[in-house]
Design a protein around this ligand. Structure first.
Ligand SMILES: [Zn+2]
Length: 351
């Protein structure tokens, strides 16, 4: 008999006192979230398969135009290219359909939901921390990858380089175990690396802002912008070195790298969600449990490379989206999907 996430969460906290009713370990867990998820056949929501990873590090590079990676090449962006060469990836993933701005897309990555709340989305259309929560935006409780990891008795961490990410800690106060906000990307990466070495969390989310900040100030794909992506590549190299040099990270960690949106050449505005430079993003996985040197669409016939299209949610074979982060992270950790999510809800995206 497989134990459920609830049982495992309880077992950690309460030891042998499982008979105690109403085990609740998180103050942001509403009662309906406490109903146990039963393991079912593979490929169905609620199913759990064996973990391939002990830890997941999700990295979002804010405003990363995929063309910067190819333009810089192996010389200018050796670490992005290393991830692609040694991992499973596509440079043709998609953002959420409704928005190509920061907060809606990060909410999608963390919840596995689209934006439009009238169609099951999280409702975060806005791009500034409004001082409230995701649940207010949606009109009901919204679960997250943080919440699901926590329900399994594991820990989470959020490292971000924009202050608006406090919105997520406020939304899931008990299941975001630690939050670090530092606008200096280099220092933020140092703090992330120190945390990974000292006590890696099951799920760590790292947000890097530099390409977006420079893109707004000096235009996307400009020389200063490309320098910012090159600098981000160095940060990535530092993270990869830390992972490679520590056995438990090298053997047990999966990295997922994507972007919240891109940004158009010669412009400092990425708000038009109908422009390909904005809605096209990379999606790269590397590390534990990941096929080396594979194209994610080749590995996953249930997903369809959208070519140049801005494909909607009605298409049966979806493009890989940045919003797949939540559920593919849970797949790697051997946990079932985020309750109420849509993207990769069957957890059939496999690296
Ligand atoms: Zn921006």
């Amino acid at each position: 008999m497989r134990s459920t996430p609830l049982v495992r969460a309880c077992s950690v906290v309460l030891g042998l006192l499982l008979a105690a009713s109403g085990c609740s370990t998180s103050s942001d867990a509403p009662r309906e979230q406490n109903s146990a998820v039963m393991a079912s056949s593979s490929g169905q929501p609620g199913a759990e398969t064996a973990a391939t990873s002990r830890y997941v590090l999700a990295i979002s590079v804010d405003g990363l135009n995929r063309r910067a990676i190819t333009k810089l090449g192996k010389e200018g962006a050796p670490n992005f290219h290393r991830l692609i060469r040694r991992g499973a990836s596509t440079l043709n993933a998609r953002t959420e359909l409704e928005r190509t701005i920061t907060l809606p897309n990060h909410t999608g990555m963390l919840t596995g939901r689209r934006v439009d709340k009238d169609r099951g989305g999280h409702g975060v259309f806005f791009n500034d921390d409004n001082g409230r929560t995701v649940h207010d935006a949606a009109g009901h409780h919204v679960s997250s990858v943080f919440r699901e990891v926590h329900a399994h008795g594991r820990k989470t961490a959020l490292f971000a380089s924009k202050t608006k990410f406090r919105f997520f800690k406020r939304s899931w106060p008990a299941s975001v175990d630690t939050i670090t906000i530092d606008l200096d990307n280099a220092r933020l990466v140092d703090r992330t690396r120190a945390d990974l070495v000292a006590h890696p969390h099951a799920f760590t989310f790292l947000h890097l802002s530099l390409p977006d900040v420079v893109g707004h100030a000096k235009d996307f794909m400009s020389r200063p912008y490309l320098r910012a992506v090159r600098s981000t590549d160095k940060r990535l190299g530092e993270l990869l070195r830390t992972i490679r040099h520590h056995t438990r990270l090298r053997e047990g960690m999966t990295v997922i790298l994507t972007a919240d949106h891109g940004g158009p050449t010669g412009s400092g505005n990425h708000g038009d969600m109908t422009r390909r430079a904005n809605y096209q993003v990379p999606f790269i996985m590397w590390g534990a449990g990941v096929t080396k040197g594979a194209d994610l669409y080749d590995l996953n016939p249930a997903y369809r490379n959208p070519g140049k299209d801005r494909r909607g949610y009605a298409a049966e074979r979806q493009p890989i989206r940045n919003g797949d982060v939540a559920n593919v992270a849970l797949t790697m950790l051997g946990m079932s999907e985020v309750r109420g999510s849509e993207h990769d809800v069957r957890q059939d995206l496999r690296p």
